[in-house]
Design a protein around this ligand. Structure first.
Ligand SMILES: [Fe+2]
Length: 440
């Protein structure tokens, strides 16, 4: 083959490859079929063996290790250190349990460890026995990467989403509600804990509640008893009185974890706490401000249309005045990204709203959209997948959405986002912000 023919063939192959990778649009994508709910055989472990291990951030330089034992006498201790098998530190925690009709939970342990170094792998053991786990603490400074997937459930697609997240280099998992889809069947909370343990024992999982966490337990007024008992988040550490809303800071990012299913009006405890929390945000220390909650405010899918309106009316002015950069939500089983938007219209000083309730649950996808597509809707597609938010520095972040294309995580939407802190918007909002945050 002469040189010219070789070059021609190479050019043709390159053109074919780029056509194959660029020609995908939401319209011509053929979605794979739904996948079955995963089957979990009854586990055979001895009663004090730690199960369903997961970790979360718990205030500055600390993390909370949570696990469950069948044995109600198993101690709530965590031994840990930076070398395998050599535990130089030990922390004592607390425990809880709950009952639901004929179900009694195991002993649910929560133990805070620290102070911990940043960007460091720690090896740890729960309850003084059982296997060794390891976790990596988040960095002290930007860059930081968040993996994001909501409405996970426990199907073959959930497994696919988790496998793809596992391939990503990330620091923290953000979950905007609807974890296990237990829906009253308590054993599903246990199987979900087992399903996510490989990932959730290794990186902090920061979650907020969805409608599938809510259950009416006879004679108990708190409809989130199972969720609150199992997925304790740092609400006390952030001055909140409820596990249903809290905030945390990591590497230059302040993250608000709000509750769509608890009171949010201006006389509510959540609203008062949010105002006080926002007043403490220092954009020199945390130039990025994120918010997560379950029910989207900007949603052009026909599913769950208008459900977020009440919370939006109460809280959007507050989030806008504070200069929230990105809002991540779930609930709608599809993906949608907005432009920067406020009060129903594109606004360069508003937040980017991203609905990512497409983790893989058994209810399937929400395929129908309102037409025409609203001007604020930049990208929408009903497929399962996950998101990755890499915040590089005080000015730039890269958001990408990865569709579960059969078993490959195909990047299907990506955008650079510049921070409001770097845009002059915060200076413009200073007066509005002072007024709304400081007024009694
Ligand atoms: Fe939901």
């Amino acid at each position: 083959m002469d040189y010219q023919t070789l070059m021609l063939k190479l050019a043709l192959i390159t053109a074919l490859i780029s056509a194959a990778s660029c020609a995908y649009t939401a319209d011509d994508y053929v979605r794979p079929k739904p996948r079955q709910v995963l089957h979990f055989p009854w586990p055979s472990h001895h009663s004090s063996e730690p199960q369903q291990v997961h970790v979360s951030l718990a205030g500055e330089n600390h993390m909370r290790v949570s696990w469950i034992t069948d044995d109600s006498f198993a101690p709530s201790i965590v031994e840990y250190g930076t070398s395998p098998g050599q535990y130089t530190s030990r922390a004592q925690g607390e425990s809880t349990s709950y009952s639901y009709i004929f179900y009694s939970s195991g002993k649910i342990h929560h133990t805070v460890i620290g102070p911990l170094d940043h960007s460091t792998v720690y090896f740890y053991r729960c309850g003084g026995e059982g296997p060794e786990f390891h976790l990596r603490t988040p960095p002290a400074q930007l860059p930081v990467t968040f993996a994001v997937a909501g409405d996970l459930g426990q199907t073959g697609w959930t497994k696919s989403t988790l496998d793809h997240i596992d391939q990503c280099k990330y620091d923290i998992h953000l979950l905007p509600g609807d974890l296990s889809y237990a829906d009253y069947i308590q054993r599903k909370w246990d199987t979900f804990g087992e399903l996510v343990q490989p990932l959730a024992s290794a990186r902090a999982w920061m979650v907020t509640e969805g409608n599938h966490e809510k259950e009416s337990i006879p004679f108990l007024k708190d409809g989130f008893q199972s969720y609150n008992a199992r997925w304790k988040m740092p609400f006390e550490e952030s001055g909140s009185t409820s596990n249903l809303y809290y905030s945390f800071e990591v590497a230059g990012v302040h993250v608000l974890m709000l509750g769509s299913y608890t009171d949010y009006d201006e006389y509510s405890d959540q609203y008062s706490w949010l105002k006080a929390d926002l007043a403490k945000v220092d954009r020199e220390r945390t130039p990025w401000l994120l918010a997560l909650f379950h029910v989207p405010w900007y949603n052009s899918n026909t599913a769950h249309q208008g459900e977020g309106e009440g919370m939006m009316a109460a809280m959007e002015p507050l989030l806008h005045a504070a200069g929230v950069d990105i809002v991540l939500t779930g609930h709608v089983h599809a993906y949608e990204r907005s432009t920067r938007v406020y009060n129903g219209k594109s606004d360069p000083c508003g937040a980017v709203h991203i609905t990512i309730g497409d983790g893989g649950n058994n209810e399937g996808l929400a395929r129908r959209y309102k037409n025409p597509q609203p001007e604020w809707s930049a990208f929408r597609e009903a497929s399962f997948g996950h998101g990755e938010l890499r915040i590089l520095n005080s000015t730039h972040a890269y958001w990408s959405w990865h569709r579960n294309d059969d078993d490959e995580p195909v990047r299907s939407d990506a955008v650079w986002i510049t921070s409001l802190a770097s845009s002059g918007c915060l200076r413009e909002k200073a007066h509005e912000s002072r007024k709304i945050l400081m007024e009694p």
